[in-house]
Design a protein around this ligand. Structure first.
Ligand code: PAF
Length: 301
């Protein structure tokens, strides 16, 4: 069927309910538009897991702080439309701000604990805005599953928690970050980078990779892991670090020393010139050094 564009919640709910009545499994890929190959890969993944794919395009004002880039966030619906059509998307849900935030808007969704550090402290209110809009998008599109990119790692934890706590009954798929050839994570905001900044932006990926290597070679002290990322990033003077940190992947706890076998996430947010970029990677602290210690203890006690 030709791709349909729907701008109202009522029409979207009806279209989804009709698809559900036909026994179709629906996947939602929520986006803020200005799509890139990473988004296209999410649509393709959605098609592998569902009969009907809905992409939402909505630059959500409630997740931007007063001094952030809501006004200048890049927008190009014509280009997004042709990318989504090419990827085999079935519906674009493309509501305006009045449609999404009609009414008194007295409801807030606040997810505790997982928002106590990193983006949660640096962007106050950001995750409340994300949680609110994602739940509104879920209620408008009635999906069986939704796909989010791992690039916004803390966001994925927040949404997983919300889906569990509020019993949305929606399956979540978190898709690996899509990268440019030099390792830079794809992001709609990469368009803000000047050509010379773009050439230096792969330092972010290099910092993550260097810290990951250190962990795989047995480093488990959080301060040293973080310092490894900081020292790589500092080699580019135009970089200003918001944070470059390691934490337990499921809770974002930050112990002084990680344990063998822990799954860690390395997360960072930096400004390159005026552009704020985030990235992350997952890595499991190897068991080998601990097993060697345990073996030593077993043999010599
Ligand atoms: O990750 C994003 O693009 C946004 O935070 C989302 C999930 C579409 C909500 O506005």
């Amino acid at each position: 069927m030709p791709m349909k564009i729907i701008a109202t919640i009522a029409e979207m709910q009806k279209a989804s309910a009709d698809e559900r009545a036909l026994g179709k499994r629906i996947a939602l890929v929520p986006t803020m538009g200005y799509l890139h190959d990473g988004h296209v890969s999410l649509i393709k993944k959605a098609k592998d897991h569902a009969d009907i794919v809905i992409a939402s395009i909505f630059v959500n004002p409630t997740q931007f702080g007063p001094n952030e880039d809501f006004e200048r966030y890049p927008r190009d619906f014509t280009r997004d439309h042709s990318l989504l059509e090419g990827a085999g998307c079935d519906y674009i849900f493309y509501p305006g701000i009045k449609e999404m935030y009609a009414g008194a808007n007295r409801t807030e969704i606040k997810i505790d604990y997982l928002t106590r550090n990193f983006e949660g402290t640096l962007r106050p209110g950001h995750f409340n805005g994300v949680a609110l809009v994602v739940s509104k998008l879920f209620n408008a599109t009635l999906p069986h599953l939704a796909i989010f990119g791992q690039k916004d790692y803390q966001q994925t934890l927040v949404i997983k928690q919300m889906v569990r706590d509020l019993n949305f009954g929606i399956e979540l798929i978190i898709s690996a970050t899509y990268r440019e050839a030099d390792g830079l994570a794809m992001s709609s905001r990469n368009v803000y980078l000047s050509p010379s900044e773009r050439l230096k932006a792969n330092i972010i990926f290099n910092a993550l990779e260097k810290a990951k290597k250190a962990i795989l070679s047995g480093e488990r002290q959080r301060k040293i892991i973080n310092a490894t990322m900081h020292s790589v990033l500092r080699s580019v003077p135009e970089i200003r670090i918001d944070y470059a940190s390691s934490a337990l992947a499921d809770s974002l706890d930050e112990p002084d020393i990680f344990l063998a076998g822990d799954e860690l996430v390395l997360l960072l947010a930096v400004y390159l010139g005026r552009t704020r970029l985030i990235d992350n990677t997952l890595v499991r602290a190897p068991l080998s050094s601990a097993s060697a210690e345990d073996k030593f203890v077993e043999e010599y006690i």
